[in-house]
Each structure stands twice: as structure tokens, then as C-alpha cells.
Design a protein around this ligand. Sequence first.
Ligand SMILES: NC(=O)c1ccc[n+]([C@@H]2O[C@H](COP(=O)([O-])OP(=O)(O)OC[C@H]3O[C@@H](n4cnc5c(N)ncnc54)[C@H](O)[C@@H]3O)[C@@H](O)[C@H]2O)c1
Length: 383
Amino acid sequence: MARTPSRRRFLESALGAASAAGLALPLKLAAAPLVADPDHRPTLERPERPLRLGIIGIGGRGSGLLRTFLQTRQVEVVALCDIDSEAIQRGRAIAQGMTPKVYEDYRELLADGAVEAVITATPVDLHHEMGIRTVRAGKHNYFEKPMGLSAREAEELYQAAAKADVVFQVGFQWVYNAAFRAAIEAVHEGLIGDVRFVHAQRHGAGDLPHKPWLMDRRRSGDIIVEQAVHEMNVFCWGLKGHPERAAGFGGINCLIDSPPGRSVMDHYALTMEFPNETRVCYSHMFYATAPLDGMHIYFFGTRGAVDVMKGEIYLKSAPPPAPRPMRLSGDDTFNAALDFIEKVRRRQPPEADALKGLLATKAAVLGRTALYKGKPVLWKHIA
Ligand SMILES: NC(=O)c1ccc[n+]([C@@H]2O[C@H](COP(=O)([O-])OP(=O)(O)OC[C@H]3O[C@@H](n4cnc5c(N)ncnc54)[C@H](O)[C@@H]3O)[C@@H](O)[C@H]2O)c1
């Protein structure tokens, strides 16, 4: 809470300057109830019986997740699976000091009775099948987003996870980010009044990695399903529901044939309508030029607004709310891993549960369908 005095000083000086100038109180009081200490990371005791973990897919994300899960000191890596021998070597090096079994066929890992929980971090076209088989095998699953390539795939995986007696957590680490949490909680508590509009963008000054599966929209689901599903989750989580319809335009108009054969969009601009005429305006592109690149998610309500990514609240007239207590460490994925392990121990649903995964994936599919058709599409019409 070291930021409180400076925030107060800022407000005092803003108010003082306004009254000295004979102005009415500023309409927007900048308030920043910053909620986390980014350097804070709980020190954890190694339990007598760590969670026995397997991993399927030890590429970019899988390697990072494996490291993070090991940093919690709560897991024992007992199985590695990848079709690429270099990935297996990477996994062995990360799990140094442990003796995991190695599998090329993920179904054999799922049949391994020593494995209690599985991290899945494979290309999106494998998600539906792997997710369903994992939960049906009775394994708890930390499952990288999205929940599939289509609404049907996401529904089927959701149903399978709901029926299985396992903990199923989707890789939405933003749900465990302290700033996001504070902002969304403020929205849910009504601090900014009724949310009427959301504005968000992800404008990259560089492209996604040119991995063949990622550049192929039949395998990745396209950038809106593979990547912007994170934002879709924030919209659905913050607005407690799902969009009813979407419309927009997008495609490839700059990174043409880069890389050769590219079929994923390089940009789009999308509008989505949630209940009560709440509208979301989102744009996503990869050829921005710094410093005009970057990301934001703003929720605008009748009484104020929040900057979700910064955890800042701005009110039109009332004094800013008191800073919220710190609850999370600075690393989203570390928090997410801890929640998963804790919820497996307690057999409780995690924060980033299958329902969040379902709604966000379907919202992304809705947006993609509207973009591909170039005309409005209703939620009830997506498949
Ligand atoms: N939560 C996040 O912020 C985040 C960030 C990046 C990626 N992701 C997600 O993680 C997943 C993986 O992305 P990535 O960037 O690590 O991709 P990647 O290509 O770097 O890694 C995928 C790995 O899966 C392996 N694989 C492919 N087919 C397999 C099979 N049949 N059995 C076992 N292993 C197989 C590949 O050999 C590779 O090692 C995707 O779903 C992606 O959307 C999430």
C-alpha cells in the first residue's frame, strides 16, 4: 500500500490547483487503488505429498508453465509428453532432479496411474480431443485456452469437464492478476454505476511467432480465438454474461503472405453487444508502430470508468475508493498455478473455470464468424 500517500498527495494537489484556479472540482478524480505489490511472492513450504503432475506439450507456453508450477514447490513432475524430442529434452532440463516418465502418445500419459494432474499446452486444433480425454481419464487439468476451434467443440469440452469429478482450470492467467481483479470487482460492486461501454485494443508492434499451426487459421482458430479469447474472457467476466451479437470487419491487409501461406488475420475491428445495450468496441492488429502500439481495456459506467489492466478507477464526482488490500503476488501465472493446486487439494472449482472458458471461446467464435461474414451475427446462430 506504499502508493496510498502519493495518490492522496496527487488528489490533494489536483483539488488544490482546481480551487486555486476558481474551477469547479475536477470531474474526473484520478484514483489508483493499486492492489498488488509486484514483487510479492509467497514463500511456500514443500508439502509432504506434492501434486503428481504430467504435461502434454512442452513448447513455448508449456515450458513456461512447467517452470512456474515448479516454482510453487507444490508439485512433482512425473510425466512428460511431446511429439518433438527437443521439447522432451527441454522438459527434462526444467524438471531437473526429478525422474518423469516420457511419452510420445498423450493417451499413454493419461493411462499412467501415477499422474494426478495434467498441464495441456498444445496447438488449438488438438484441444477438444485432448481436453475431453483428459477429464474422462479422471485427471485434473490445467488447460491452455481456448476450449476448442468452434462453439460446438467448446460446448462438448465444457460438458465433459462438468460431468467429470476433476478440477478443470483454463489458462486465463489475467483472472489472477491483481489489477484486473480489483478493476472487475469494482465493476461488480457497482462503483462505476451501470457499465454502458467497453473499449479495448491489442495493437502489437510485431507479429505473432510464425509457428505453422499459429499462422494457419484452421489449426489456431485465427487470432481472435487463439489470442483475443483472453480479452473475450474479461468482457464476459466483467459484464457477467455473453455478447448477444457481433459485427465487424477484418482480414489481412498489411502482412500479406507473411509468412507465406498465412491465413490468420493481421487486423480486425469488432463491435459486440451485451445485454442492456452495453457495447464493446475492440480492435486487434499486429503492425502498429511504437509508440502507437499497446493494449488497454476500459469499462465505462454511468458514474465512472476503470482501466482494467492498470487496476485504476476514475469516478465522475465521488471521492475515489480506498485502496484494496493486497491479495495476490505479482505474477499472474504463478497465482493461477497456485489456485489450481489449491483447488485440486480442496476439490473445488477454480476461479478460471470451464464456464469462463466456454463463454470466452464462444464469444471469440461469435466475433470470428461476424468478421468472416462481414455482417452481424447472433449468439444463438454460432456453432
Ligand atoms: N495463456 C497464455 O497466455 C498463453 C500464451 C501462449 C500460448 N498459449 C496457448 O498454449 C498452447 C500452446 O502454445 P505454444 O505457444 O506453447 O505453442 P508451441 O508450438 O510453442 O508448443 C506446442 C507444443 O505442443 C507439442 N505437440 C504438438 N502436437 C502434440 C501431440 N499430439 N502430443 C503432444 N505434444 C504435441 C509441440 O511439439 C510443441 O512442443 C496454445 O493453446 C496457446 O494458445 C497460452
